[in-house]
Design a protein around this ligand. Sequence first.
Ligand code: BGC
Length: 397
Amino acid sequence: MDTVAPTVTKTMTSTNDTVKGNTVKNTKKVLLATMAAASMLALAACSGGSGDGGEGGGDGGLVGVAMPTKSSERWIQDGDAVKAQLEEQGFTVDLQYAEDDIPTQVSQIENMITKGAEALIIASIDGTTLSQVLQDAADADIPVIAYDRLIRDSENVDYYASFDNYVVGVQQATSLLNGLGLTDLEGEPAADAPKGPFNIELFAGSPDDNNATFFWNGAIDTLQPLIDDGTLVVKSGQTDFEQAATLRWDGEVAQERMENILTSTYSDGSQVNAILSPYDGLSRGIISALTDAGYTVGEGWPIISGQDAEIDSVKAINSGEQFSTIFKDTRQLAEVAVNMASAILNDEEVEVNNTEDYDNGVKVVPSYLLESQIVVKDNITDVLVDSGYWTEEEING
Ligand code: BGC
């Protein structure tokens, strides 16, 4: 039984002069990725912009950094890491958060252009709404790096720094299968796998975030064979992305949808056994709905996934409320984006490792994709504490 989508194999091309890096990946390799591999990537990313002088590429210019919201911890960590690393390289930084309000983000970016920013690093709220402001940036010769979320419908996006978002979805689904006892964490079938059937419900991210469909496709490609053979049953029947989507990644919206599903589908005494959640904030809303409906940890409590290794969710994994999260090291992502900006401003080669997968509707944006890792209770220390992302005190405090 092949429970892991085979389509993830990607061969990178290097036809573009500004492109280097030639990594052939496959799902298994990615799922087997170790901290060592992650660190090597970080080092590789590092080598892009710092040059041999070791002074960093900064010329003291202003770099505008637009982040979506402070309501999610990860973006605060991203913003802090990007700012600190840009400053280390000698840049001045204008860091802004838009509280998930699109007009606010547009005017923040306009403001950065007016202030004379030399480069823009943007994590968009809605990837389709920045075309005009990016035209203004292009008219002023300001390079633009899409940070974590691809900016769509604009030719004025120079580079994209992110994770392999399809693989993130594969990992989320694989962790659910592992939690149900069907596979190991690499997606290999378990020897004594239970037959099921297991009831599963599916949540997706915000439909205006390009990443949401990548996560969804990776997860569904992984789950579909088991849905097809009857091992997994989406009892609500809500199997379309549109039905599962959660506008603005809002945990309360997810909580309400979970409550509705529990009422409409599980009032007959049946239980939901697994829930695909693409983000820790949604998982927390889902957990509240389950608790309110009388579910208890340890007594038929479902397996729930997540993403971002937010501290409250790491605690929830420790206590058994959440089964897994996907760790995407924001420090590494910041490093990639900062090195891209620095390389562009210093007329150096920009390091990318994917020139195929991120078509924004107008062009394929050259990308550097990092690897993510599944976190479950057993490897919290290895992955999160040993890498310095969270301390034991933060997790247990
Ligand atoms: C990011 C995820 C995050 C989500 C909600 C996505 O674009 O890639 O890491 O969980 O947004 O903030």
